[in-house]
Each structure stands twice: as structure tokens, then as C-alpha cells.
Write a protein of this length. Structure first.
Length: 127
């Protein structure tokens, strides 16, 4: 175990993604994966993909157009508008895959913890 000192955001941010041991001034202790350190807060056990998903959803939403649908007096040919909708074909004997082979995220610690830097007495890097 190595002590991370001084407790400054720039220095602590270098250890994001690593396991740490936090001792608070009141004597309580927390163990977790260091997620981020910003705005005077130290965050443990946060899902790394969570913030990326929120940002990508905001970028992915196209602006809605305010154009109204106008109908003309001419009707479209029925052969073009009556296309059968293509549905995916089931190729497994079960409706779900009983074996999940893709990589899963591993979170050994349970809850997201946000700690104020002023309340931390010691911060140790566990390796």
C-alpha cells in the first residue's frame, strides 16, 4: 500500500481506475475503485460507461424539424407503400442466448460513493 499525498485533485486523478483505501477523519474507512476526482469530490465505484452513455445520448438526438406533413391530391401507387415489414428471423432453439460470451463489466464493490476531499485523512493506493 502506498499513500497518495498531497490530497490534490490533479495528483489523485492520475490514479483513476485503480483500487484505493480511504480513511476518513471520523475514522470510517472505504475501499473501492477510484472513478474520478473533480470539484472537490472523490468518487468511488462509478460505472465508467455511465457518463459516456449520457453524453452520447445527448449528441445522438437529432433536432426535430417543425415541418408539417402536407398531403397532395395525388395518391401514391399501392405497390410502393405496401411493402411487407422485415422482421428478424429466429435462428436459435431458445428465444435467448443461454450462454453470454461477450465481456461483462466487473464491479467488485457495490455502491457509488462520493466523498468530499476535506473529510479525507488518508488515501492509500492498493496494488
Amino acid at each position: 500500500m502506498d499513500q497518495i499525498y498531497p490530497l490534490e485533485e490533479d495528483l489523485i486523478s492520475q490514479y483513476c481506475g485503480m483500487p484505493v483505501y480511504v480513511v476518513m477523519k471520523d475514522g470510517s474507512r472505504h475501499i473501492g475503485i477510484l472513478s474520478k476526482c473533480s470539484k472537490g469530490k472523490l468518487t468511488l465505484n462509478e460505472d465508467p460507461n455511465k457518463s459516456a452513455v449520457v453524453e452520447s445520448e445527448a449528441e445522438a438526438e437529432p433536432p426535430k424539424s417543425s415541418k408539417k406533413n402536407k398531403k397532395s391530391g395525388k395518391s401514391k401507387s399501392p405497390s410502393k407503400s405496401s411493402k411487407p415489414s422485415e422482421q428478424p428471423v429466429q435462428t436459435q432453439s431458445y428465444p435467448f442466448d443461454p450462454y453470454y460470451y461477450e465481456p461483462r463489466p466487473y464491479f467488485p464493490f457495490r455502491d457509488v460513493i462520493a466523498i468530499d476531499l476535506a473529510l479525507i485523512a488518508f488515501l492509500f493506493l492498493i496494488f
